[in-house]
Design a protein around this ligand. Structure first.
Ligand code: C6P
Length: 404
């Protein structure tokens, strides 16, 4: 598929914003949706709408089959061993909360420790802090170096017999750093410690193989990979999911209920209480089919080009600082113009039709590291073009002149 063909699949790219063609560079916040995803969701409501796993009638059975086919598609997409290891959630945030609640209930006690990193999204900090209040464990923080890379030597010193879990992002949403998750997992496993990877910014950009990574949990959101909002995935190894207690109680997650007690359903349903968002699950399947059709060879190569080209062009601009200068980056670039508030940059670029994100990106500990209030961030999707980057750079130069 050519870039031109890909762009035609995204109707929103024809929109005008402030009378200018939309240049959408806020993909780390959420990506746009191709017509194939929109159609899949509409098709469900037009032709299949019914509850899943509950009815003997034809529509319910058809919807259930499509729903479970979507689970299989996710399993294959991330190369999980079993379909039952794929739990549908509302997104990365809910997936991490599920593990923080359920894993900690089972495994964490007073005096235990978990390790997270300094460059996590709030979704990979706050759920652990909430669980810590209840179970009285300690949170150890793996710092990053000024170039945005995690320090593995420090990591080795943090791991000890009290460590019960490591939870780190695959790719930093604020700096774009690709973390050395394979090494982190290997080091943790040597001490018998399981690892959760927050893949919110990994899955959209490169092929994930959870068995090859050997991570114990991998979580991501559909909406950052061309699927709808409100759907996400928790992958977990069966050995953990089987013995972790349920997160939410309700329908679907039970085998038998009486007032004397309740027995819980098998995986994955034990963690899927209540009626799921079926249309979103089918949208996620359509998004995966779409990414598979384009292929990760194209996605990785194209996005690498966008990263390199944009970095090179940004560095043409005087008094511009890029935050996160690791060699291994993906997804997006954070920067600031000297003495200019990122909010002003974002607002003026918006006047020119360009959507970027400004602020702390829900990663305040990253901003604290650099002593800044926030950054401007451009982030890429499969439909972005070199011409859009050129327009963005020329516009940024204009904005700089206006503000200085
Ligand atoms: N980052 C961004 O603009 P949810 O909201 O549950 O889909 O994803 C949360 C999340 C967790 N981890 C990482 C690494 C993320 O980047 C995000 C979402 C968006 O950077 C919105 S704050």
């Amino acid at each position: 598929m050519s870039l031109e063909e890909i762009r035609k699949d995204f109707p929103i790219l024809n929109e005008k914003v402030n009378n200018k063609p939309l240049v959408y560079l806020d993909n780390a916040a959420t990506t746009q949706k191709p017509i194939q995803v929109i159609d899949a969701m509409m098709n469900y409501y037009l032709h299949l709408n019914s509850n899943v796993h509950r009815g003997v009638h034809t529509l319910s059975q058809k919807a259930t089959n499509e729903f479970e086919l979507a689970r299989k598609t996710v399993q294959e997409f991330i190369s999980a061993k079993e379909q039952e290891e794929i739990i549908f959630t509302r997104g990365t945030t809910e997936s991490i909360n599920l593990v923080a609640s359920s894993f900690c209930e089972k495994f964490l006690n007073q005096g235990d420790e978990i390790i997270i990193s300094e460059l996590e999204h709030h979704s990979n900090i706050v759920p652990w802090q909430l669980a810590k209040e209840k179970h009285k464990f300690k949170i150890k923080v793996l710092p990053f170096k000024d170039n945005g890379e995690l320090d593995l030597e420090v990591f080795k010193t943090l791991l000890n017999s009290k460590t019960k879990l490591v939870s780190v992002s695959h790719v930093s949403n604020a700096l774009g750093t690709i973390n050395p998750v394979k090494e982190i997992i290997e080091l943790a496993h040597k001490q018998g410690v399981p690892v959760l990877i927050d893949g919110a910014q990994g899955v959209p950009h490169f092929k994930i193989d959870v068995q090859d990574l050997d991570c114990d949990f991998y979580v991501f959101s559909g909406h950052k990979m061309y699927a709808p909002m409100g759907i996400g995935v928790l992958y977990g190894k069966r050995e953990y999911l089987d013995i972790m207690p349920p997160y939410h109680g309700g329908g679907e997650m039970i085998k038998e209920v009486s007032f004397e007690g309740t027995t819980f359903n098998d995986l994955p349903y034990k963690f899927e209480a209540g009626t799921p968002s079926v249309s979103d699950v089918l949208g996620l399947k359509a998004a995966i089919d779409y990414m598979n059709e384009i292929g990760f060879d194209f996605i990785e190569k194209h996005e690498e080009f966008l990263m390199e080209y944009t970095t090179k062009r940004l560095l043409e601009i005087e008094d511009l600082k890029i935050y996160g200068t690791s060699k291994h980056k993906a997804g997006g670039i954070s920067f600031n113009l000297k003495d200019v508030h990122p909010f002003d940059v974002g607002t003026l670029l918006d006047q020119l039709g360009i959507a970027i994100r400004t602020g702390h990106h829900c990663a305040q500990t990253v901003m604290q590291h650099y002593g800044i209030v926030g950054t401007a961030r451009v982030s890429f999707g499969i439909y972005n073009t070199k011409e859009e980057i050129d327009y963005f750079i020329e516009s940024l130069k204009k904005v700089k002149t206006m503000l200085s």
